[in-house]
Design a binder for this molecule. Structure first.
Ligand SMILES: O=C(O)c1ccccc1NCC(=O)[C@H](O)[C@H](O)COP(=O)(O)O
Length: 266
């Protein structure tokens, strides 16, 4: 892992609390029978929808306030809006998430559910079952290959998150087949959609690429898709206001270009 001094204070705090939480639950190692996330993306495409992973994100270090609605209702609204998959934050202190929330959401919906957390070691994989688990290349460093194997041994599909071409190369070397390019720089918490456009061309065709963070309008969706995104991970823009309508606006972004809220209101 890189030098912690190079990270934003909020991110240092997130990592410190992840280390304190540990992860393993009382009943030991998880064994997952996952819902196929690649198939979920294909189904969305076949239905004429952009594959969107909609994120249940009650709050974050870069969000004002906390959304207190029942996460299960939010999740159902996201699916009603056409989300191909869901992401649920399980980080409690900085994102208002919990493993119980993920369990409730996964029971309530039939789409694949990504566990969004800051897993740093093998024990961290055993906190809760999910269909997909996130490994952030920047934070797990040289442990990426062994953690990827450990996650797959438990049945998880793995989204490996990268922010640079170097991290993408490490993810590919480790055998990742589902890669998220995070437009948010976790050293400074600045979001820049250019990041995906810079990193994506270095990924081989057979890797499923997810554009993560900072996507808020149908134009952003089309921009990321034009740059090679097979799917998009969206939190803040969906959580702000009417969750079902927000999700639908993004999942249908390729259906019509001139009728969207953002483009008609400027
Ligand atoms: O979202 C944050 O403020 C944040 C701060 C520090 C570390 C990670 C953070 N976000 C994690 C994520 O990956 C996003 O929740 C996800 O990509 C969705 O991003 P967005 O659509 O911009 O909410």
């Amino acid at each position: 892992m890189e030098d912690a001094d190079e990270l934003a204070p909020a991110v240092r705090s997130i990592l410190a609390s992840a280390r304190e939480r540990g992860g393993a639950r009382a009943n030991g190692r998880v064994a997952v029978e996952p819902r196929d996330v690649h198939a979920a993306f294909e189904t969305a495409e076949a239905d004429g929808l952009v594959p969107v992973i909609a994120e249940v994100k009650p709050t974050s270090p870069t969000t004002e306030g906390t959304r207190g609605d029942d996460p299960v209702e939010l999740a159902r609204s996201m699916v009603a809006g056409g989300a191909a998959a869901l992401s649920v934050l399980t980080e409690p202190e900085h994102f208002g998430g919990s493993v119980e929330t993920l369990e409730r959401v996964r029971e309530a919906v039939d789409v694949p559910v990504l566990r969004k957390d800051f897993v740093l070691d093998e024990a961290g994989l055993d906190a809760v079952e999910s269909d997909v688990v996130l490994l952030i290349a920047r934070f797990v460093g040289d442990d990426l290959p062994s953690l990827l194997t450990a996650a797959r041994d438990r049945g998880f599909q793995v989204l490996v998150e990268v922010h640079t071409r170097e991290e993408l190369a490490a993810a590919l070397d480790a055998g990742a087949d589902l890669v998220g390019v995070n437009n948010r720089d976790l050293a400074e918490l600045v979001v820049d959609l250019d990041t995906f456009e810079e990193v994506a061309p270095a990924a081989p065709e057979d890797v499923t690429l997810v554009a993560e963070s900072g996507i808020s309008t149908p134009a952003d969706v089309r921009r990321m898709r034009a740059a090679g995104a097979d799917a998009l991970l969206v939190g803040s823009a969906i959580m702000a206001g009417d969750v079902e309508a927000n999700t639908r606006e993004l999942t249908t972004a390729e259906r019509s270009v001139n009728t969207t809220r953002t483009e008609t209101t400027g």
